[in-house]
Design a protein around this ligand. Structure first.
Ligand SMILES: [Ca+2]
Ligand SMILES: [Ca+2]
Length: 307
């Protein structure tokens, strides 16, 4: 686009419009929340890496040097949820007392799909030689509205949560957290932990997400000792929905707004410097200060998809 000013104004206008629509729509669907502004959390594809748990430890013991048994991608972290915590239009035969380890995915029509963790050498996670195991789950939280969020864990047995991107821990347990306060695989700051053998139990961690954007996470999980088998994660006591193309577009717009604001501020500062030079009578130089290229990918592809 030839005129950068028009381009910037267009980006901002589209962004504000998109956010107004998104926030209005989302707020209409959200129940009132208490306390600080609740961040709206979605979750990107989750990659799961599975390891042996040779010492049958309730605490997570795998390291980057441990032999990887297999990996598998999941839409959400909702493994063996306790009865009554997931609203499915169809009956599901999975809970914290069943095996194998099975992700319960809520479809758009309200029915649920059970996805057993494939396992290793013909054995599913939670069965046979993999009766005990360790797993590392990595991915990103997509924050479409900044603020604090209560992350609700339900587990048997231990877990560690690390989040990057300047997310900070507000409150919650740090039971048997790693000594370095970093997750063992992605070295993310530890935000919460209940890294012990336990009966199926619910724990919460309150996290502050300072801005809209993607926040990488690592969740380390250990299943031991037989009995219960479960790992679920919700936010503000609601299921965390998988990210969509619309979520991705919103985050791109947020980045565009930030860039536009920074460029606008830089231009104002340059104009002030230019005025000061003129007052001092210094020779004026020809300077190309602002070379704005319209974010064609954003305007030409992602936002057009929304229209
Ligand atoms: Ca247990
Ligand atoms: Ca167990």
């Amino acid at each position: 686009m030839e005129n950068p000013g028009i381009c910037l104004r267009l980006v901002i206008a589209i962004a504000i419009g998109q956010f107004a629509i998104a926030i209005t729509t989302t707020n209409a669907a959200e129940p009132p929340t208490t306390g600080p502004t609740a961040a709206l959390v979605k979750i990107g594809p989750v990659m799961g890496f599975f390891f042996d748990n040779p010492s049958d430890s309730g605490s997570f013991t795998a390291t980057p040097l441990s032999p990887l048994l297999f990996k598998q991608t999941f839409p959400v972290i909702n493994f063996n949820p306790p009865a009554g915590t997931v609203s499915c239009s169809n009956p599901i035969s999975v809970n914290e007392d069943t095996r194998p380890f099975t992700d319960i995915v809520i479809r758009p029509d309200g029915s649920c799909e059970s996805r057993a963790v494939l396992g290793h050498a013909g054995q599913a996670a939670g069965e046979g030689d993999l009766n005990s195991f360790n797993a590392v789950f990595t991915g990103s939280f997509a924050i479409v509205k900044a603020g604090q969020s209560t992350l609700n864990f339900y587990s048997d047995d231990g877990w560690i949560l690390g989040i990057g991107g300047n997310a900070t821990r507000v409150s919650g347990l740090l039971t048997e957290a790693p000594a370095a306060n970093r997750t063992p695989f992605r070295a993310l700051p530890v935000i919460g932990a209940y890294n012990v053998a336990t009966a199926p139990t619910a724990k919460t961690v309150v996290v502050n997400f300072p801005a809209v954007g993607n926040y990488p996470f690592e969740i380390d999980y250990s299943e031991c000792c037989g009995d219960g088998l479960s790992l679920t994660l919700t936010a503000n006591d609601k299921s965390i929905e998988p990210t969509t193309l619309f979520t991705t577009a919103l985050l791109l717009v947020a980045v565009a707004v930030g860039v536009a604001a920074a460029l606008s501020l830089g231009r104002a500062q340059w104009q002030r410097r230019k005025q000061n030079r003129s007052r001092r009578g210094r020779p004026r130089s020809v300077t190309v200060f602002l070379e704005v290229s319209c974010p064609r990918d954003l305007l030409g592809k992602d936002l057009k998809r929304q229209s």
